[in-house]
Design a protein around this ligand. Sequence first.
Ligand code: ATP
Ligand code: MG
Length: 554
Amino acid sequence: MSESEARPTNFIRQIIDADLASGKHTSVHTRFPPEPNGYLHIGHAKSICLNFGIAQDYQGQCNLRFDDTNPEKEDIEYVESIKNDVNWLGFEWSGEICYSSNYFDKLYGFAIELINKGLAYVDELSPEQMREYRGTLTEPGKHSPYRDRSVEENLALFEKMKNGEVEEGKMCLRAKIDMASPFMVMRDPVIYRVRFATHHQTGDKWCIYPMYDFTHCISDALEGITHSICTLEFMDNRRLYDWVLENITIDCTPHQYEFSRLNLEYTVMSKRKLNQLVTEKLVDGWDDPRMPTISGLRRRGFTPASMREFCKRIGVTKQDNTIEISSLESCIRDDLNENAPRAMAVLDPVKVVIENFDGETEMLTVANHPNKPEMGSREVPFSRELYIEREDFREEGNKKYKRLVLGKEVRLRGAYVIKAERIEKDAEGNITTIFCTYDNETLGKNPADGRKVKGVIHWVSAEAGVAAEIRLYDRLFTVPNPGAADDFVSVINPESLTVVNGFVEPSLVAAEAEKAFQFERMGYFCADNKDSSPEHLVFNRTVGLRDTWAKIGE
Ligand code: ATP
Ligand code: MG
């Protein structure tokens, strides 16, 4: 079990505990509200674990709501991927999936209500003028000349906007709040704009679309959300959230709470930047195993449990923070060390010929996990010709080097002790073959005469082993905070993907995609969920055995 059992505690859960204790709420209803304009990333996983986790632990409910008010940037592909990712992480939303666009009729009605109350007006300032009129943090804004239109005029113009009689950018509906507010979001925010765009849910029914701040609070209220949890950049928007709900006729008043977003070193989390990586083909799609997306991490071999555990370990606070990649990696390593079956693969092969072995290929029974007999065993073919890792042989060794050395012995994992007798090299001096002998009395036992053989190396039968493409991943960026670079594309790590051609034991032909194995001494690997087939095996390295930068096998 890699997931810690204890329930997390954090300031939001404390607020919920207090609300339940005081009777302010009798049950908890949260929501996860992604905008379907990209694939979900590990930051979203934090929000998912928080919102769905609360619903689970408090026997409450959590909605999945698509915050879909930007038709130009959104797509049904994203809707589908998001549903998939939430389920894959191990969560179920309550009831039907919600869409903000389901509420477009109601939202329109609330906009009319605000106009009727003299609390919204149709503005005709150009976007540039509007920016100029807004003022700055140190200077108050100015009133738009259109601010004091009559209710009738506003109703008529809003109707025109709705009917497609107004060009994009020519008019918008603004809430009439306070152009001198110290909170910029309260300076008459735009609540509706014209967009002649086909919407993935509502088609061409609408050509005016409500803005996030107007939509979000109303959607929360319509769904009976009790605790509306979002990231800190929406802190100021809480004023507007509350203002809208106070000024319309609606009987539910959810409360917004903010926590700090997850930042992870050596990666970017902004969907705009992730999108750019995909569209400029700097990575192989949203689910490229180097991406911080849920689908990328999944393809890389991360498990849902390891991602939930990661979210638990990082906790929920209001402090800005950047998490080291090694914390994410240690979660998956802890999980796979316990749960991944072992197998053997040679990534940089050099041939071994066992000259005193003339029999047929011999099937050896090897345990799938050193400490878990319940995980069973498998048959691994041992033959006269094998591959071992090139770095596991040296002509001359030293005390620290506990692998195969010319004239010395080493144990082959799950098999016999072999001794390197002589080598053959090509014209460039590269070793092509290591000729060995084996001691056939050493299967599962030490040499009878008390010879000490310390090292153990992995191997694959050259006759029965299967060729495999193996993809080794490194950090996608060369700097810890690529988002801060002038051009984040310029700090992409050119060596973030290395492809090698190796050999794997034949049992791996049946490896299920995404299901990680520990390749003995080499790390954790899983079959690629897109490109691997029994005819052409492709394995992704999920994570190394110790630390990404640590040398393997020392
Ligand atoms: P971007 O700004 O890159 O488009 P976003 O935050 O707008 O991302 P949404 O789809 O709106 O993306 O996010 C859905 C939910 O996930 C929101 O409640 C948001 O606060 C939360 N979320 C997004 N990114 C993170 C993150 N890095 N850490 C924690 N929560 C996040
Ligand atoms: Mg957003």
